[in-house]
Each structure stands twice: as C-alpha cells, then as structure tokens.
Design a protein around this ligand. Sequence first.
Ligand SMILES: *[C@@H]1O[C@H](CO)[C@@H](O)[C@H](O)[C@H]1NC(C)=O
Ligand SMILES: *[C@@H]1O[C@H](CO)[C@@H](O)[C@H](O)[C@H]1NC(C)=O
Length: 184
Amino acid sequence: MWILALIFSQCILNVFCEDLRSSLYFVNASVQEVVFASTTGTLVPCPAAGAPPVSLRWYLATGEEIYDVPGIRHVHLNGTLQIFHIPPSSFSKLIHDNTYYCTAENPSGRIRSQDVHIKAVLREPYTVRVEDQKAMRGNVAVFKCIIPASVEAYITVVSWEKDTMSINAEICRIFSSLLSAVLV
Ligand SMILES: *[C@@H]1O[C@H](CO)[C@@H](O)[C@H](O)[C@H]1NC(C)=O
Ligand SMILES: *[C@@H]1O[C@H](CO)[C@@H](O)[C@H](O)[C@H]1NC(C)=O
C-alpha cells in the first residue's frame, strides 16, 4: 500500500515538475512600427509568453517605465498597451509619437522586445490640389498632386480625374502623385 502511494505521489510530482519547467519566450517577432488614427486608438500586445506566467511591462525607449494616464494610455493586466482615441488637442508627442518596448519576466529571467515606434496620425481634414501647368502642344506636361506635408506619408493617390472622369492611363502616365500627359 505504502509503495503504491509512493509511486502515485512520485507521478504527481513528475507531472507537477513537468509543468513548472520554466520557459520565457516571444510568441512573435514584435512589430516595429504601429501607426494608427488618433480617432480610433490602438491596442499593442506584448507578444511574450512563458511558464510560470509572465509579468509584462512597458517602457519608453529611454528606459522609463510608463504610467497609466486615465483615458489616454493604459497597460492592461494581460500586458496589452492601449492608447485611447483622442481629439487633436490632446495629442502629446511623448505618448502619441514615441518609441516603446515591453519586457516579460518570470522566474526564468527577463526578456526585452524590440523597440516599437507608436505613432498616432491626427485625422484632420485636408485637401489636395493640382497646379496649372503649361506645355507646348505635343510636349509632356507633368502634374503633381500636392498633399499637405502633415499627412503626406499616409496618403496614397488612387486616381486622377478630369471632369470627374477617370483619366485613361494609356494616354497619360501616372506615377502615384505625378501625372504626365502629352498635350494634344
Ligand atoms: C502573431 O502574428 C500573427 C501574424 O502577424 C498574428 O495573427 C497573431 O495574432 C500574433 N500572435 C500574437 C500572440 O501576437
Ligand atoms: C488584453 O485585454 C484587453 C482589455 O480587456 C483586450 O482588449 C485585449 O484584446 C487583450 N489582449 C490580448 C492579447 O489578449
């Protein structure tokens, strides 16, 4: 009876020890850039896991541990960093355009993610325009779609139109924000 009990408890111990074999690793290579609209906010998980469970923390690239700012920035218990949606007047470069990293820690050690640049793009109304161009008949005129610098990096020119008709790419050559046309 005693022997059986001993064997039984040995098994339990084995299983138990198996589970406690500690580990610590990143689930995914972390993204290096998160660009989001200030009107939607974003959730950035710290993609680390391990056993026993890991504790996840977020820091600024300068090494400062970040603190919760009510309604602006919050680190959830599961380690996900949330940047809330904001009106343009609440934009703070320190929070909304900064480099962060996260760490995961458990008894087997501590690992650090790559730096993640987190950037909110302000959703402000903007207009694009095209300036008049002059060219001799039979020559090429190049038109540029002029986009405000503040949004330029996030805008793609999807079409060129003339009198609300899409311009035929066979007559004109379109290089994203440039349109070249042979004047006839
Ligand atoms: C890992 O990356 C994939 C693809 O980018 C994504 O679908 C998945 O949710 C990520 N997993 C975690 C735990 O972040
Ligand atoms: C973490 O918790 C937040 C808030 O409950 C949730 O929105 C988010 O999806 C969770 N992230 C993961 C990776 O489970």
